[in-house]
Design a protein around this ligand. Structure first.
Ligand code: PGA
Length: 256
């Protein structure tokens, strides 16, 4: 999905915001704009219902991603979506363990682990989201919390063959607030995540197959302070990915 260290990744998480018609329009706009953007890999994550419509609009250079996945391959799991069904829709990536899934759907690190493993088995790139709450940060536990989340979600993960993994540091307390953490803060956490992953998988796999993103109130003004840092490989954008004007501002700032 990405080649070379120069390239940065921008993931758009549209969450539960756009209708099918709005999703198709925004996807078309992003495709047109992407011709002006250099060294940026874009991943669009629409709602499940928009996947079959948005997928065929995207050129190879823009990846389709889903916002969630279930870990079983098939069976009596009402409402759940299996990894192979996402692959069938053309998805190449999937968000796993987003803080909103943890908050509203009681998802745990153990569930995130099953989803990461199932996504990898199906050939999808998991975008594992981790991050501390404001209470955890105030208690001085942020490094520890994020290390534990990464360790537990990556249990049994080896990253073989062409498998890839993205890990997004998303401090829960800044998501959707308009107030991102500082670039230094994100860089520190990116290093914490990098070292934690290096304990789980080989250093070669870490270098070649793992990328670390920052997410949480990323906008056109602050994005470059994250992506100019070599240890931050890209960003995960929620609110500012919903309008072409704000999303294009981000793409332009990341483009080189
Ligand atoms: P935000 O969301 O950019 O609106 O803060 C980021 C996310 O939840 O992935």
């Amino acid at each position: 999905m990405y080649d070379g260290d120069m390239r940065k990744i921008v993931v758009a998480n549209w969450k539960m915001n756009l209708t099918l018609r709005e999703s198709l329009q925004l996807a078309k706009d992003v495709v047109a704009e992407s011709a002006k953007v250099h060294n940026v890999d874009i991943i669009l994550c629409p709602s499940f219902t928009a996947l079959p419509g948005v997928g065929p609009l995207l050129p190879r250079a823009i990846a389709l991603g889903a916002q969630d996945v279930f870990w079983e391959e098939k069976g009596a799991y009402t409402g759940a979506i299996a990894p192979r069904l996402l692959v069938e829709m053309g998805c190449r990536a999937v968000l796993v363990g987003h803080s909103e899934r943890r908050q509203y759907f009681q998802e745990t690190d153990a569930m995130a682990n099953k989803k990461v493993l199932a996504a990898l088995r199906a050939g999808l790139t998991p975008i594992l989201c981790v991050g501390e709450t404001s209470e955890e940060r105030r208690a001085g536990q942020k490094d520890y919390v994020v290390m534990r989340q990464v360790q537990e979600a990556m249990r049994g993960v080896a990253l073989l063959g062409t498998q890839e993994l993205l890990v997004a540091y998303e401090p829960v307390w800044v998501i959707g607030t308009g107030q991102a953490v500082s670039g230094d803060d994100a860089e520190h956490m990116s290093q914490v995540i990098r070292h934690t992953i290096a304990d789980v998988i080989s250093s070669v796999a870490m270098e070649r197959r793992c990328r670390i993103l920052y997410g949480g109130s990323v906008d056109a003004k602050n994005v470059a302070d994250f992506t100019r840092r070599s240890v931050i490989d890209g960003v995960l954008v929620g609110g500012a990915s919903l309008k072409s004007s704000s999303f294009f501002g981000i793409l332009a700032a990341v483009s080189s």
